[in-house]
Structures are given as structure tokens and as C-alpha cells.
Design a protein around this ligand. Structure first.
Ligand SMILES: [Zn+2]
Length: 197
């Protein structure tokens, strides 16, 4: 992207530094690509030991179940965009690349943010909850930069439903297999009887 950025990086009241619009931005505008080194999840886990940190402060963006972008290496200004529970931007993944779009019209000077919604594992400790606490200060703040619990629960339910369906299919296949074998056995038996062998 050669277009000049629509924002600049300054100190933020939310956390550390943030991205602030330097002109009016239109809803739907693509603002920047989130860049960084593409690494597999285990490498990211190795690089950033959550237990050793008091607060979440990595520049990781999960692209897929395999890949994470580490913006601390090869990252651009996009890594300074803060989280908010009432964001004015959103991230979108297109063919493995991540872009930040304006969710609504944004005024010159406004801070940009999107909902990080980090995926929950369902086993977050108190310490992790504290590391990922949200300070966006909006009226609808859910208190965490991790995804809403309801989203996690919904994902678990969907996964369970898929598993149940898969299991049912497998059982059906097993029954069919057993049936065909049983039929074959009885046919063989009948044939044996008939031939007297
Ligand atoms: Zn919040």
C-alpha cells in the first residue's frame, strides 16, 4: 500500500501507544495491513511466555489455526491499534493476510481500535484474566480483550454438535459394515448347508 496512512501513532489513554486518525475516515475504508513475521503457533508460544509477563503486551495476531503474525518482527503501524469493546474498526482476514477496516465514519483525531477478541481455551486462570483485562472504558466494556465468554461457549457447542454428528455417521457406517458381514456369513452358511459341506 503506497497510500499515506490515515492515522498517526501517539500516546494513548487506553494503553501505551495508539493510532489516531489524522483526517476524516469513511466507513468501510481499508486503513492498513497488519504485517509481521508469519510463524506457527508453537513458535509464538515459545517466544512469548505469558507466565513471565504481568500484562499482555505482545504483537501477535492469529491468522489461522496454524499461523500467527508476530508484528514485533516486520510489523508496521497497525500493531499500535488498541483494543476496544466498542470499536470503530475491525480486522478482516483475506487469503491469509490481515487488514484493518473502518467500521463506521471516524472523525479526525479519534483513536482507532478494533476488538481483539482473543480466542479463549476455556481454561483461563485468574492470572491470565488479569493479563488480558480491558481498559477501554466504554459503557459496554466486557472487562477483557479476550473474546466474550458466550462466543467461546457457542464455539464449544458447535464443535460438540459436529462431533456428535460425526460419531453418528461412524456408528451408522459400522452398523452397515456389520450388517453386510452378517449377511455374507449367513449366506456362506446357507451355501455350505445346501452343498452339504
Ligand atoms: Zn473494554
Amino acid at each position: 500500500m503506497t497510500k499515506p496512512l490515515a492515522f498517526q501513532v501517539l500516546d494513548s489513554p487506553i494503553s501505551g501507544r495508539g493510532a489516531f486518525a489524522i483526517r476524516a475516515i469513511k466507513k468501510g475504508e481499508r486503513l492498513v495491513e497488519y504485517t509481521g513475521e508469519r510463524i506457527p503457533h508453537p513458535v509464538a508460544d515459545e517466544r512469548y511466555d505469558d507466565d513471565a509477563m504481568d500484562e499482555h503486551h505482545t504483537f501477535l495476531f492469529t491468522v489461522s489455526s496454524r499461523t500467527v503474525l508476530d508484528a514485533s518482527r516486520g510489523g508496521n503501524e497497525a500493531r499500535f491499534i488498541n483494543h476496544s469493546c466498542a470499536p470503530n474498526c475491525e480486522s478482516e482476514i483475506e487469503k491469509g493476510r490481515v487488514y484493518i477496516f473502518a467500521l463506521r465514519d471516524i472523525k479526525d483525531g479519534e483513536e482507532l481500535h478494533y476488538d481483539y477478541a482473543y480466542e479463549r481455551s476455556g481454561e483461563e486462570t485468574e492470572r491470565e484474566e488479569a493479563q488480558y483485562r480491558c481498559r477501554c472504558g466504554t459503557k459496554i466494556c466486557r472487562g477483557s480483550i479476550m473474546e466474550p465468554r458466550a462466543d467461546y461457549e457457542k464455539r464449544v457447542r458447535t464443535k460438540k454438535r459436529k462431533l456428535t454428528l460425526a460419531r453418528r455417521e461412524r456408528d451408522k457406517a459400522k452398523d452397515l459394515y456389520a450388517l453386510s458381514h452378517a449377511t455374507r456369513r449367513s449366506v456362506t452358511k446357507a451355501k455350505k448347508k445346501a452343498t452339504g459341506r
